[in-house]
Write a protein that binds this ligand. Structure first.
Ligand code: E4P
Length: 286
């Protein structure tokens, strides 16, 4: 296999999947998790199915065990751990969770949503040396805000544009990845682009072609890639976009993050769904 320039992360909540992916590829650069993926972890599903719903603390402990098992399996892209948040969660509350989660493993990245509160939490986090991965990114404006909010970080921050969920609403999700990369090319390189919500081999190959810094991939797509003997995009590769193109915007990365329009309906819906999936595992929903 020709190892791509793009770092490959496993998108999941089950260490067994990470192990399988590592056997298939011979390496795994990192891992991303989120509340929906953690709720699907076989042990958590078993507990919930047997009627043992968890307390908030127990859920945190289970999440900690999962990331501590995955942490030594992956390379230098680390393990992304997502804070619990809903529309009422403040930046301070996110930061408190982020601090605790960051102490779980030596190679953590804390995921905050691309909302005003999430950006505020990220800004405070990087000042404290906490690495961040800004999730639920659907627009170039949100990515510009991530750049501005994390300026001065000692170690690279990640931004995760969600390709598949934009495709789902009839837009060309890969355009956002391309547009963010083009915009960041004018910057200082402190934010790395992590293509997320990858649903097909085409998404994966196009990420390789674009040389995105990182891509997070569900195990089943990695299996598909392996079964086809790890194809790489050649000069003839054409990405067949199904959705409406998303135009590039000229944005000034030197502005403060508050000047960018960070609202996006898919971010709102994403936060809502992550909160619902997290709460479904709890005995007494938070
Ligand atoms: C990764 O960080 C994301 O949580 C993940 O890629 C979301 O993918 P989905 O849109 O398929 O749920």
């Amino acid at each position: 296999m020709i190892r791509p320039k793009t770092k490959i992360l496993v998108d999941g909540g089950d260490p067994q999947e990470t192990r399988r992916a590592k056997v298939l590829l011979g390496f795994v650069d990192g891992q991303t998790t989120n509340p929906s993926l953690v709720a699907k972890n076989p042990h958590i599903k078993e507990l919930v199915a047997s009627g043992h719903k968890l307390s908030g603390r127990e859920e945190m402990e289970e999440y900690k065990k999962i990331v501590q098992t995955i942490s030594p399996l992956v390379g230098d892209a680390g393990v992304s751990i997502e804070v619990f948040s809903d529309e009422k969660t403040t930046a301070g509350e996110m930061l408190d969770q982020g601090r605790e989660m960051f102490s779980w493993i030596p190679n953590g990245h804390i995921k905050y949503p691309c909302t005003s509160e999430g950006l505020r939490a990220a800004q405070m986090s990087v000042k404290r040396g906490i690495r961040v991965n800004m999730t639920l990114c659907f627009s170039q404006q949100q990515a510009a805000a991530v750049y501005a909010a994390t300026k001065g970080t000692k170690e690279p921050s990640y931004v995760s544009p969600f390709v598949g969920r934009l495709d789902d609403i009839g837009q060309n999700g890969m355009d956002v990845v391309r547009n963010i990369q083009r915009m960041y090319a004018k910057g200082d390189g402190h934010v790395l682009v992590l293509a997320a919500s990858i649903r097909s081999l085409e998404h994966l190959l196009y990420s390789f072609l674009l040389k995105t810094d990182l891509v997070t991939v569900p195990a089943k797509i990695l299996e598909l890639w392996a079964n086809k003997n790890f194809p790489m995009p050649n000069k003839q590769f054409q990405y067949e976009a199904s959705g409406t193109p998303i135009p590039y915007e000229e944005l000034d990365l030197e502005q403060t993050w508050e000047t960018f329009d960070v609202k996006h309906e898919l971010t709102r819906k994403g936060v809502e769904k992550f909160a619902a999936d997290y709460r479904a595992t709890l005995a007494r929903p938070a």
